[in-house]
Design a protein around this ligand. Structure first.
Ligand SMILES: Cc1ncc(COP(=O)(O)O)c(C=O)c1O
Ligand SMILES: N[C@@H](CCOP(=O)(O)O)C(=O)O
Length: 461
């Protein structure tokens, strides 16, 4: 399996190289050259299998000879052993034909753990045998950072620097990033929003002297391995609802477009997905774009679902690459226009996107109302991101097709929003009960590439 860049001019890489490289050297994102498919029988055979067995079947065709089958099975087993639910991604029913896929039973209580725990294992194995050491820099609106720190803390062959927007993550998210005491972990509070953090991260990748000097690696969904690991739960959920004999739809609370893109990959692999619905909060650039209004940046508004407060949705580039029939030049041109404020999507590409994705948005009031309503009717407490998904799913779903809404974080990560809606303050699991007593360690840094590079170089020295 070979990996190519969405901008068409970076070297073609193996899975291992793409995983350790992060952003392609032409500024693009790596994608598989071809998407492998699974037969109906292979999908049907997943019924009754463990999450780990399904994970092996789904991901194996993408990894080439990076790991032997035994090694890969072992990495998968280790990755999910720390999850707090034996099903890893259990489902609960919310209403007739509407299900919630709980993706928050990992160590940091968000869906990011599914990919990050596996990436941690894969990095360790690949770097260990090469005797290499890398510097991971990540940008986060809250959850990627805590999941990355949890997966890489204390490891010998990585240093981890996480850029988060100062004052724009929840207190639980912040403390998950600032309280680990391992010396290879560095939390950096940037004076800016998530888009600034992600832009500075991409600037670092595009600065080859810095990139090569510190051996920069990325664990944002820039990294194909992140998207790949997220494909698995679409299969476990759909098969448990009757796939491949029955079509299933998914609604995905969306910001950086990694999670819903994983759903698209599942569909391309042969999973019978009827609708893939993009759910945004008030930062609705994706919803507007998918409704044909072009992709034009505005201001980011802080919301009660802060992990989705994003304007520059990184993985949308991967969706555009396929919508433009894998024309890297066209994508490079669009991304250059985005640097100047935005772009319009051609008619053919728009049709291709609309054939694949539907979309909707939830306002702040609708999100709060959904948390309250669902608690009253089902007793379920939703995090605000998941509530955005449930609201949009209810607006859009075909009652005859099972709809699965992805619950992307545990309500206890966003206790203020949940308490405001329901009067109930969700508690953290007992293993995290002292999170608020642990000392914090964080450096405040300007939204400035040179300042960030200097800080990272000094810390590494
Ligand atoms: C809780 C939560 N929900 C939804 C999202 C959006 O996911 P994606 O960025 O993959 O679209 C994020 C951030 O990634 C998140 O942390
Ligand atoms: N919402 C994300 C933003 C980064 O997304 P990623 O999937 O590219 O890592 C977060 O929680 O940090």
């Amino acid at each position: 399996m070979r990996y190519i860049s969405t901008r068409g001019t970076a070297p073609v890489l193996s899975f291992e190289e793409a995983m350790l490289t992060g952003l392609a050297r032409d500024g693009g994102l790596y994608v598989p050259e071809t998407i492998p498919t699974l037969s109906r029988d292979e999908i049907a055979g997943m019924a009754g299998q463990s999450y780990e067995e399904v994970a092996f079947t789904v991901m194996r065709p993408f990894i080439g000879d990076t790991f032997t089958d035994d090694e890969f099975r072992d990495l998968i087993t280790k990755a999910y052993a720390c999850f707090g639910h034996s099903a890893r991604a259990p489902m609960v029913q919310l209403a007739p034909n509407h299900f919630l896929l709980e993706l928050f039973h990992g160590p940091t209580l968000a869906f990011k753990d599914f990919a990050m725990q596996l990436i941690g294992q894969m990095f360790q194995k690949a770097l260990g045998r090469k005797g290499d050491r890398v510097t991971i820099v990540g940008a986060t609106s809250g959850d990627t950072g805590s999941a990355a720190i949890e997966a890489f803390r204390g490891l010998d062959n990585v240093d981890v620097f996480i850029l988060y927007p100062h004052g724009r993550v929840s207190e639980v998210q912040r403390r998950q990033m600032t309280t680990p005491s391992e010396s290879n972990v560095h939390a950096l509070a940037v004076d800016g929003d998530f888009d600034d953090c992600q832009a500075r991260l991409k600037d670092m990748f595009n600065d080859f002297e810095f990139r090569d000097g510190v051996k920069l690696a990325g664990v944002n969904s820039i990294n194909w391995g992140r998207v790949l690991a997220q494909v698995v739960y679409y299969f476990t959920a759909a098969v448990s609802l009757g796939a491949p004999d029955r079509e299933v739809s998914f609604t995905v609370p969306t910001g950086n477009f990694g999670d819903i893109f994983a759903g698209y990959i599942a569909k391309r692999m042969g999973l019978p997905i009827a609708d893939l619905v993009v759910a945004t909060n008030q930062n609705d650039i994706l919803d507007r774009c998918l409704k044909g209004q072009g992709y034009h940046k505005g201001e980011v508004h802080a919301s009660i679902s802060p992990s989705m407060d994003i304007q520059v949705s990184s993985n949308f580039e991967r969706a555009l690459f396929d919508a433009y029939e894998r024309d890297g030049n066209a994508v490079a041109q669009l991304m250059a226009e985005l640097g100047q404020g935005g772009f319009d999507v051609s008619q053919g590409a728009m049709q291709a996107l609309q054939d694949l994705y539907r979309s909707g948005r939830a306002s702040e009031a609708e999100t709060t109302e959904t948390i309250a309503q669902l608690h009253t009717t089902t007793g379920e407490l939703l995090c605000p991101h998941s509530a955005v998904g449930v609201k949009v799913a209810e607006d859009q779903r075909d009652p005859c097709v099972p709809m699965v809404t992805l619950a992307t974080a545990h309500p206890a990560k966003f206790p203020d929003a949940v308490e405001n809606a329901t009067g109930i303050r969700p508690g953290l699991p007992s293993r995290m009960a002292d999170l608020f007593d642990r000392p914090e360690r964080v450096t405040r840094v300007a939204n400035d590439l040179e300042a960030l590079k200097t800080h990272i170089r000094k810390a590494l020295a």
